[in-house]
Each structure stands twice: as structure tokens, then as C-alpha cells.
Design a protein around this ligand. Structure first.
Ligand SMILES: [Zn+2]
Length: 309
């Protein structure tokens, strides 16, 4: 049995974002606290005792407090059920939470060599000592099974695959420590339970849906998919920024080539948006955009939502 807990569903900045006065952020601060959401991450477990995080958001400390499944075992002076962290990209909202795991508990970081190169060249991550925190490279199209602290297998098989996307925003126009070949900057994951064969997909960032991607995910029982913006020019139209969704490596929810249209008819059991920016009107429970998304079978999960496969 594979257990999945949504630790957070929001994009970088969260909801509300510290410096944002948009409609969603204002409502989240005042009359609609249920709109509040932390930055995107999920936790997975095959045995219910050992958990792996998919990305470590800057809100990780808050997420761990709010998630009983990830609390230290009763009676232990020092303990965490977290056995590892799998990183799908090197953005701040995927890696900064690692710094909140620096208090000497052993775990393993699994990431593509390009993302590991970012961690290696930023000395602040040295606070995670080699002794306690192993860093394991993962390869595109090579399945791996993350291990438990005692070296035994976790029962979870993860297949990373490349999806259309962009490198970390803060490296734009800079020299990437991992070299010029961008393959591996943005990964999607197929996450399966070895005992039952059940699996789901995790794509918190995806710039476009190719035919190859469609055939890969068709028929899946569950998918978490990039829901950053409702429309491509949303930040510009709202006066919140100068970047399009595409410019940030994110597909829009709406439109002829948006995620809702692209994934329609693929016979996917449960479709959940993740990495939703606070500018996205689909976050508002009574918006027309929310209605369109829900009518198309999409859910926007609340923090703490648990799903069992
Ligand atoms: Zn906002």
C-alpha cells in the first residue's frame, strides 16, 4: 500500500505570499484562511513508518509540525520517520527546506547530477554533513528504489523522466554549475509500490504536454500536475510581474494547449493540481475558473490531504 500526503500545494511564495496584496492573498489573510497553502511538496511511504519527501519546500518546518505521520516516534529522544528526500529540480521552493533538516538526523538526498551540483556549489548546504546525509545521483529513465536507514529496500520504485521545463530561475543568465546540457533540470516521477504494482505520477513543473508524455501518463490512477498559472500572461495581466508562465517553465491550466485540455481524455483516475501560484484564480472556491477545473475532473488539494493507493 502506498500512502501519499500532500504537504503543500502552492507555488513559490505560498498562499498568502509575504509581500503580495492580490485578491487570493488578501482573502487568505482575512476572511478565508482555508485558502492558505504551503509550498508544494508531498510525502510518500510504502510501510507507514518510513517516509520520503518529494522536494523540500521552504515551508518544510511548518509542514512537519502539521503532519502527524512525520512526527518523531513516541518515546524516542531523537527520531524522524523521514528516510530521504527526492528532488525534481533545483528551484528554491524545492530545495530550501533541506536547510530545516540540519539537526543531525541521517537521511539520503536523491537528485539528478545537475541539481546535486547546485547543492555542492552552494556552501550553505554543507551544513548537511556527508556523514549523516548521503547524496545519491539519479538518472533520467533509470528506475531506483530509495533505501531505508538500515539499508533495506523501501518497497518504492521511482522512475525519473525528463519533462519540458526550465532550469532554476536564480541561475537564468548565469553559469550553471552542472554544465550547459539542460537535460535533468526538470524531472517528472513515476512512483510505484513494488508489492502491488500501483503507481502515480508527480510533475510539479512542466512547460508543455508532449505526445510522449501523454502516452506515458494515460490510464494512470493518480497524477499531481503543474498548476502554476491559470493563463499564461496571468502575472502580467494582474500587474504582479513581468514573466509569463512559459517564461518560468510552466504550462497554463486553461487554453487550447493548457493542462486541462491536454490531459482530457487520457483516462486518468484522479487529477490534482500542485504548485499553484497565488495569482491563480482557480484557488478561489467560488470562481468560474475553479468551476471549469473541477468540471474537468481536477482537484486542488488542501495541505494535509492523504491518499492511499
Ligand atoms: Zn498574491
Amino acid at each position: 500500500m502506498l500512502r501519499v500526503v500532500v504537504l503543500g500545494a502552492a507555488a513559490g511564495g505560498g498562499v498568502p505570499q509575504w509581500n503580495c496584496g492580490c485578491a487570493v492573498c488578501r482573502q487568505a489573510r482575512t476572511e478565508h484562511p482555508e485558502l492558505q497553502s504551503t509550498q508544494a511538496s508531498i510525502a510518500i511511504s510504502a510501510d507507514g513508518d518510513h517516509w520520503f519527501l518529494i522536494n523540500a519546500s521552504p515551508d518544510l518546518r511548518q509542514q512537519l509540525i502539521a503532519t502527524p505521520q512525520l512526527h518523531p516516534k513516541a518515546g524516542e529522544l531523537r527520531h524522524s520517520p523521514i528516510a530521504g528526500v527526492i528532488l525534481t529540480n533545483g528551484e528554491i521552493d524545492a530545495v530550501a527546506g533541506l536547510l530545516s533538516m540540519r539537526e543531525g538526523w541521517p537521511f539520503t538526498i536523491y537528485a539528478h547530477a545537475r541539481v546535486l551540483s547546485i547543492l555542492k556549489t552552494n556552501s550553505i548546504f554543507n551544513v548537511l554533513s556527508d556523514e549523516n546525509v548521503k547524496r545519491r545521483p539519479i538518472e533520467v529513465n533509470e528506475a531506483f528504489e530509495p533505501g531505508l536507514p538500515d539499508g533495506s529496500p523501501s518497497g518504492i520504485e521511482i522512475l525519473p523522466f525528463a519533462v519540458p521545463g526550465k532550469g532554476a530561475w536564480y541561475l537564468e543568465g548565469k553559469v550553471h554549475p552542472g554544465g550547459t546540457d539542460g537535460a535533468g533540470d526538470t524531472l517528472g516521477l513515476r512512483i510505484g509500490d513494488k508489492a502491488t504494482g500501483k503507481h502515480f505520477y508527480f510533475l510539479a513543473a512542466c512547460a508543455s504536454v508532449t505526445d510522449e508524455l501523454k502516452s506515458r501518463i494515460a490510464g494512470a490512477s493518480l497524477i499531481f500536475f503543474d498548476g502554476t498559472v491559470w493563463r499564461d500572461d496571468e502575472l502580467i495581466a494582474a500587474g504582479l510581474g513581468t514573466k509569463t508562465g512559459q517564461g518560468m517553465g510552466h504550462i497554463a491550466m486553461s487554453g487550447d494547449h493548457g493542462a486541462i485540455a491536454a490531459l482530457a481524455g487520457l483516462d486518468i483516475g484522479r487529477k490534482m493540481f500542485l504548485h499553484i501560484n497565488n495569482s491563480n484564480p482557480a484557488l478561489l472556491h467560488d470562481s468560474a475558473e475553479r468551476e471549469i477545473a473541477e468540471r474537468a475532473g481536477w482537484q486542488i488539494p488542501a495541505d494535509g490531504t492523504e491518499i492511499t493507493l
